[in-house]
Design a protein around this ligand. Structure first.
Ligand code: ADP
Ligand code: MG
Length: 700
């Protein structure tokens, strides 16, 4: 072990990133200034500037050993895509030079006809183009210069997750600036949303993984009895990190630091073999790029340690699944966090207005938040006893709730302020950031100066969730600004507005235990949505109010929304189809034959005993009877599942297919699993065809 070997982390950090320091060093002053302005104000890049930047970028990349470049983009598959081109350009005499032009930097043209488009491109051109997002730095990965880009079709339809995210950031910036001007802020030029995504994952031994077709094809176990020990002792959470895992985490940190990713916190999670990594927050589009890279690196580095990193939301039944917490805030380019309550009455008033915007946004667009976390994997978590329920609600803490109540009713806010809460006049009591009294069961919790959205699944891109939050909050700020800009008396109007919003939207605030059954009933009484599954949630994507929202803020057209809904529904039933086929295959080709082999051994043993004249109390016979009954039940349920899959072939339409896969196929899968897991408990270990949960969860 050379754990103490000197490592210069500040020098290593960002060494593979074409960041501001590198730009400053390698670009002429005027070009650097022009680029910096582009970045700071999220503008389009001037082509003359692009040529110089491209050349400097290429020289830098080549000096780091890069030979290729790629426009690195985020299609609707949820992962990233790249097509590598080398820098070589032929010269006379059969030689090459390394070249990279401004045109190539700004725009790429992948033949993108095989990416999901939800029907958009059958009616338009098949080709798409990618455009550099200069606010996210270029970086080198595996000898390739990666340029973070947005991806569109030639007729302008967006085909990726970055374009709408950037648009939603512009939308919220525009509306938040209107509000800030009303509070007398003349300095801020841009308002950015910031995100710190906490990422959960599992690590399993590669050797065991390779023996499980379910993990290989679907990322989760489709069979598996609980081992004698699960997570009931809660001894894994924050426990000592095993040496092999520790070595993995150390290398992962280093790889992420080289890419300029602010990997900060790492620890063991609740389930055995489960871990978490959290970065320091940054601007939302960069946080999104970084989270994609983090997930990619988690998988890659695992391979070097004989491990496999599972990012599925529910790799194991019976132990916690993995989520991703989206910590979100809004701040100005001058460094003011708009969700920080502050201490003066003016700061407090501004804070309360932004808080009101978030409350109204979450209430009115519950469905969009739910949709942004809907997939087949996360359906296993939401509503189960480990994750926030499928109902979206907000937690603001006792202090703020009391303040909101005092504002709403005009009552005296007891204990701390011995006077009426008058916005713009009174100061708020201190709002604690202490982690101890935070409500861990709330899907959308205020944590002192940011909101933590906890419904995201571990495998998701964080783009969609942030598109929803940014756009919904932008819309509320727009309405607020319209109202307040026209007001005769700003303070009076502000008081009235906040009071009204609290009154109209307080139903979304719930400080109690979100895991409690009584909450489901209470939420129903309040009229909150409970969209239990992906097929339940998805059709709301194109509800009239949502089409209106996205159109108004230039995020999506109606055609784009339809296409997104369709892509997500398709992804849902295709996922279940693959799972069902894998399950059927494992049951038919592995489990049934294994049970038969073991039964034969038992039968042989019983026969041998009988030949010796031992007749009474044959333990073999009683096991054979149980095995035979269960195997027969398994075979019958397998037939049922295969029949269900056959019938799916006759169905059409993404929504109908999704409903069918949820109601029929998925139900048949759950039934099939029951006898299989019982058989595992009865079958001798050497006959069981795959590594057990015990090995997977404790094998590292
Ligand atoms: P935990 O939720 O585990 O108690 P913290 O509250 O310390 O942890 O932080 C969780 C995440 O929130 C971190 O990634 C952190 O960088 C991020 N975070 C902190 N402040 C902000 C902010 N203003 N905007 C967005 N994310 C933030
Ligand atoms: Mg957290």
């Amino acid at each position: 072990m050379d754990g103490l070997k000197h490592m210069n982390i500040p020098e290593m950090f960002g060494s593979m990133v074409f960041n501001e320091n590198v730009m400053k060093e390698r670009l002429p002053k005027d070009i650097y200034k022009a680029l910096k302005k582009t970045i700071d104000e999220s503008r389009a890049l001037d082509p003359a500037v692009a040529n110089v930047v491209a050349n400097a970028m290429k020289d830098w990349a080549v000096s780091k050993g890069a030979t290729h470049y790629t426009h690195w983009f985020q299609p609707m598959t949820g992962i990233t895509a790249e097509k590598h081109d080398s820098f070589i350009s032929p010269t006379e005499g059969g030689n090459v030079i390394m070249e990279f032009s401004g045109k190539e930097l700004i725009k790429g043209e992948p033949d993108a006809s095989s990416f999901p488009s939800g029907g958009i491109r059958s009616t338009f051109e098949a080709r798409g183009y990618t455009a550099w997002d200069p606010t996210s730095y270029a970086f080198i990965k595996d000898g390739t210069l990666c340029i973070p880009t947005a991806f569109c079709s030639y007729s302008g339809e967006i085909l990726d997750k970055k374009t709408p995210l950037l648009r939603s950031m512009d939308a919220i910036s525009k509306q938040a600036l209107r509000i800030l001007r009303l509070f007398g802020n003349k300095d801020a030029k841009r308002v950015n949303t910031t995100v710190g995504p906490e990422q959960e994952y599992f690590l399993v031994d590669k050797q065991y993984y390779d023996e499980r077709p379910d993990l290989q094809y679907t990322g989760r176990t489709l069979f598996g009895a609980m081992p004698p020990k699960g997570q009931e002792m809660e001894d894994h959470y924050f426990g000592t990190i095993k040496p092999r895992v520790s070595a993995y985490m150390k290398e992962l940190d280093e790889e992420l630091w080289k890419l300029g990713i602010l990997a900060k916190t790492k620890h063991n999670e609740v389930a055995p073999a489960q871990h978490e990594l959290a970065p320091i927050f940054t601007t939302t589009n960069i946080a999104t790029d970084h989270n994609q890279l983090t997930m990619e690196m988690m998988k890659k580095v695992a391979g070097r340690h004989g491990l496999v990193c599972l990012l599925h939301e529910k790799p194991f039944d019976g132990v916690n699944g993995s989520g991703k917490h989206n910590n979100w805030s809004v701040s100005t380019d001058t460094g003011e966090n708009l969700l920080e309550p502050g201490s003066s009455p003016r700061e407090n008033a501004q804070f309360l207005l932004f808080l009101a915007a978030v409350i109204k946004a979450v209430d009115e667009y519950q469905d969009l938040l739910r949709i942004s976390v809907a997939n087949a994997g996360n359906d296993h978590r939401l509503g189960a006893n480990e994750a926030p329920p499928a109902i979206v609600s907000m937690y603001v803490g006792d202090e703020l709730e009391a303040v909101l109540k005092a504002i709403e009713t005009g009552a005296v806010y007891k204990d701390r302020v011995k006077e009426k809460m008058e916005i713009g006049v009174c100061a708020l009591p201190p709002i604690p950031k202490d982690t101890s009294d935070r409500n861990r069961t709330s899907p959308f919790a205020f944590t002192g100066n940011k909101f933590e959205f906890r419904m995201l699944g571990s495998s998701f891109s964080i783009a969609c969730t942030n598109i929803m939050i940014n756009t919904a909050v932008a819309e509320e700020l727009r309405q607020f600004a319209d109202e307040l800009e026209d007001a005769a008396d700003f303070n009076d109007a502000l008081n009235a507005l906040i009071k009204r919003v609290i009154k109209d939207h307080k139903r979304i605030i719930f400080n109690g235990n979100g895991y409690d059954d009584s909450w489901v009933k209470e939420a129903e009484k309040r009229g909150l949505m409970n969209l239990k599954s992906t097929p339940d949630a998805m059709p709301h994507y194109t509800d009239a109010k949502n089409i209106e929202l996205f159109k108004r803020h230039d995020i999506y057209t109606e055609a784009e929304l339809n296409s997104r809904e369709e892509i997500l529904l398709e992804e849902y039933y295709k996922t279940i189809n693959i799972e069902a086929l894998t399950m059927a295959d494992m049951a038919r080709k592995q489990i049934i034959p294994a049970v038969i082999s073991y039964t034969k051994e038992l039968a042989d043993a019983a026969m041998a005993k009988k030949a010796l004249g031992i007749q009474a109390d044959l333990v073999e016979v009683s096991i054979i009877e149980k095995l035979s009954a269960l195997n027969a039940s398994l075979a019958a349920k397998l037939d049922k599942l295969e029949q269900a899959l056959k019938e799916a072939a006759g169905k059409e339409g993404a929504q109908d297919l999704a409903n069918y896969y949820h109601d029929v196929v998925f139900a048949a899968m759950n039934e099939l699993r029951v006898p299989a897991d019982e058989l595992e408990m009865l079958t001798a270990e050497k006959y069981w065809p795959f590594p057990t949960y015990g090995k997977l969860l404790y094998g590292v």
